[in-house]
Every structure is written in structure tokens, then in C-alpha cells.
Design a protein around this ligand. Structure first.
Ligand code: FE2
Length: 302
């Protein structure tokens, strides 16, 4: 599931090599982080001071508003969060343009987040738990088949971040689609009710109700949600070991993955930078392995 790139291998990668590996569901690992990181002093401030001001599980910089969400009042910490997370977002964007340029056409640049929470033992409800293997269903509301790319950096100076995977969507679909209730071909274009909902929510968003589009939905997103919930709700799936793999990401290493395609769980680790991007399905070079086309066809293309 993993493909590792040293700086030399990254420099020598063919034009579509890394993007196609992502599309196929590989986890692209960089033992040496390929972008400049925030200074050691800024990272220490984030790790030490941000948890006491945290109003939610992450502090997230939103590029559309230029603001950091998830923090309480301290203006100095807010300013630090904006400066560090915005700069990091710009560096990740530049790296992705250079490395997987074709996948960035028409993309949406999402949040740049700092996750200060220890992933192990959070005791969240199953559907919210990162410790259970799953594929992501939705990001900022409905994706309508667009792909969810996440770029991670472990910024804990001492502790590995530990993940598990059960493989990529095509193989998961072949083994579990029937049990999850998502088998067979599906019409994924939006019907009149979905179109009405989307139009109403777009209108609310345009009128300034920022959260409106987060509750949008589509036939595709509902199927993905069903598959996501099946994975998290099914002990037999969680305990299956035929394609299970654990991996460790050392301090200051980076990795990226299409989280709608590659199953993943965060078993342990604390302090990570996580950047999210929505990639257009139409920009993909291997659409047949995208969850959208597998669900629509009701089978994995040979
Ligand atoms: Fe996830």
C-alpha cells in the first residue's frame, strides 16, 4: 500500500507517476518532509499553547475566509495560528502543483489544520472515531464523486504516528460491497429532490449562511456514507487481517493519500499538520478506479 520517495526518487519521478499511484490508492510516504516546515519555535508554541485555547478537536485555517477556526479568544495565538497554517498551506499547494499538477486542475483548496490531540484512546462514538479503519465519506459536505486528498506531517518531535489500512476501495468493494449494502449498479446523477436541496443550500451559502453547504448530499455521498458506517460498525471487518497493514510515520516525515479511496485508521500519535484538498473527478487519469465509477458500474473494471 505504501510507496516511499526519498528526495532523489522524488526528483526523478515521472510526470504522472505519483498522481497515478495516489489514484490507485497508494499511500505516498516521504521520510524526509519534501517541504519546508514551520520553525521549531513556532511548532513548539503550537504544541504547548494551542491545546489550552482549543474550542474543537483541531485548529483549522480556512483559506476562503483567511481565518483560523477552532480557537477561543487569545488574539496572539490566533495570529500565530493564521501565520503558521497559512504559510504551511501555501507550501503544500506549491508542492502539489509541482508533483501532481494534473490533479490540481480546478481543485478546491481546503483547510490547513493542526491536530493536537492524542489519537489513541479518545473513546469517541464509532462513526466519529479515527481509530477504526474507514474510507472518508464527504468533506465540506457532498463531494459528488470528487476526490479527497490529505497531506500529513507528523510534527511530534518524539512520537511516531501509527496508521492501519485494510486496502484500497476497489479491493474493499469486491469483498464487502454486498455486506455493506452498496452492491449493484447505481444511478448517481442527482434527482429533483437532490437538485432542489443543493439549490436551496447554495442560495443560503450565497446569502452568508456559511455552514449551509456542509449539509448538502448526493446519491454518491449517501452510498459512501453507508460504506463508511458499515466499516466502522462491523467488528468482523475491523478485525479482518487478510489485507490489514500497520505503518509508522516517524517525527517530521510526511505522507499523502486519497482518503476517499484508501482505507485508514489513526491508531496513535499526537501533533500533526493536515491539509485537505478536493480534487475534481474529471481531472483524474484513472477514473475507473475512482469510487464514483465503481459504485456507478456496480463492479470493478478489469
Ligand atoms: Fe478518515
Amino acid at each position: 500500500m505504501r510507496v516511499t520517495y526519498s528526495p532523489e526518487q522524488l526528483a526523478a519521478a515521472a510526470p504522472y507517476e505519483i498522481g497515478e499511484a495516489l489514484e490507485r490508492g497508494r499511500i505516498i510516504c516521504f521520510p524526509t518532509c519534501p517541504i519546508e516546515l514551520p520553525s521549531a519555535a513556532d511548532l513548539a508554541l503550537l504544541r504547548e499553547q494551542l491545546p489550552r485555547e482549543l474550542a474543537s478537536k483541531n485548529a483549522s485555517y480556512h483559506p476562503e475566509s483567511g481565518r483560523v477556526h477552532g480557537l477561543k479568544g487569545d488574539p496572539a495565538l490566533r495570529e500565530l495560528g493564521v501565520r503558521v497554517l497559512r504559510t504551511h498551506s501555501e507550501r503544500v499547494e506549491a508542492f502539489l502543483h509541482a508533483t501532481i499538477g494534473y490533479l490540481t486542475r480546478g481543485w478546491r483548496v481546503g483547510t490547513s489544520s493542526f491536530r493536537p490531540v492524542q489519537e489513541k484512546g479518545r473513546n469517541l462514538k464509532p462513526h466519529a472515531s479515527n481509530e477504526l479503519v474507514h474510507v472518508d465519506a464527504g468533506a465540506y459536505g457532498a463531494t459528488n464523486g470528487d476526490r479527497i486528498l490529505r497531506f500529513f506531517v507528523n510534527v511530534n518531535p518524539a512520537e511516531d504516528r501509527v496508521w492501519a489500512t485494510q486496502g484500497a476501495f476497489a479491493s474493499l468493494y469486491q469483498r464487502y460491497a454486498a455486506a455493506a449494502g452498496v452492491e449493484g449498479a447505481h444511478r448517481l446523477d442527482k434527482g429533483p429532490l437532490d437538485q432542489l436541496r443543493t439549490a436551496l443550500l447554495s442560495g443560503l451559502a450565497a446569502a452568508g449562511v456559511k455552514a449551509a453547504t456542509v449539509v448538502d448530499s448526493s446519491p454518491y455521498d449517501r452510498l459512501m456514507r453507508r460504506f463508511h458506517n458499515y466499516m466502522k460498525d462491523t467488528p468482523a471487518f475491523q478485525s479482518a487481517r487478510d489485507t490489514y497493514e500497520e505503518m509508522r510515520f516517524p517525527p517530521f516525515s510526511a505522507w499523502m493519500v486519497l482518503t476517499d479511496t484508501t482505507s485508514h485508521a489513526s491508531l496513535s500519535g499526537q501533533h500533526a499538520l493536515v491539509n485537505t484538498f478536493l480534487l475534481r473527478l474529471a481531472a483524474c487519469r484513472l477514473p475507473a478506479v475512482a469510487p464514483y465509477h465503481i459504485l456507478r458500474a456496480g463492479r470493478v473494471a478489469a
